[in-house]
Design a protein around this ligand. Sequence first.
Ligand code: UDP
Length: 238
Amino acid sequence: MQPKYKRVLLKLSGESLAGNETHGIDFETVLRICRPIKECVDMGVQIAIVVGGGNFWRGRSSGQMDRTRADHMGMLATTINALGVADALEQLGLTVRVQTAISMQQIAEPYIRNRAVRHLEKGRVVVFGCGTGNPFFSTDTAASLRAAEIDADIILKATMVDGVYDSDPKKNPNAVKYDTLSFMDVLNQNLQVMDSTAATMCKDNNIPILVFSIDQPENIKKAICGEPIGTIVKEEEQ
Ligand code: UDP
């Protein structure tokens, strides 16, 4: 397999790091996810990662808490995951830098775009923590923002389902999976690929998103090598 993309932004949901548990990090699962990442870096692909935090905390599900404070907690959760992913990647022999959108300099580098790009050029993996650094945003939006900033070829959104369906495949056995969608389809049909802020950001900056299942971590390599998996969301060809 040969890589199709030179620089990718991989979005890992918090849930994907929990394995069979509902909460927390299952380190064996993280290692399984990181092995194909290592293979792709060894093939010369530049990989930046945005991690979610839903395995620990989601601001919007925090009930009566003040939303801004709850989102601060969510951003801290993404940083816990970023450190876990970085540790697994390092154990596999990669050089890794964690950069956080909110400064915590004893733990990670602050996010500096040029520095992140330099790391990638040197073959280091960069893991972005704290999302965008702002409440009321999601890590999907952080993925689209960072992808635009570092000029990534594509966002690889690793999820718990194997693509985008016309209805929830867990509830509707006749749900149909799309191979390709436009951003307008996603926005108009309110498809649950990513939130509308993230989708708009990708649309405006013409960054395609490939949604695929992380159930088999090998899919990361397949996605990077352009094999037909998941659902790709991109601008309609003129
Ligand atoms: N979050 C935030 N700003 C951001 C990104 C994330 O406030 O730019 C907070 C928010 O509370 C969110 C939580 O971090 O619920 C975890 O992120 P997300 O829900 O996107 O994680 P995922 O669902 O991908 O695991």
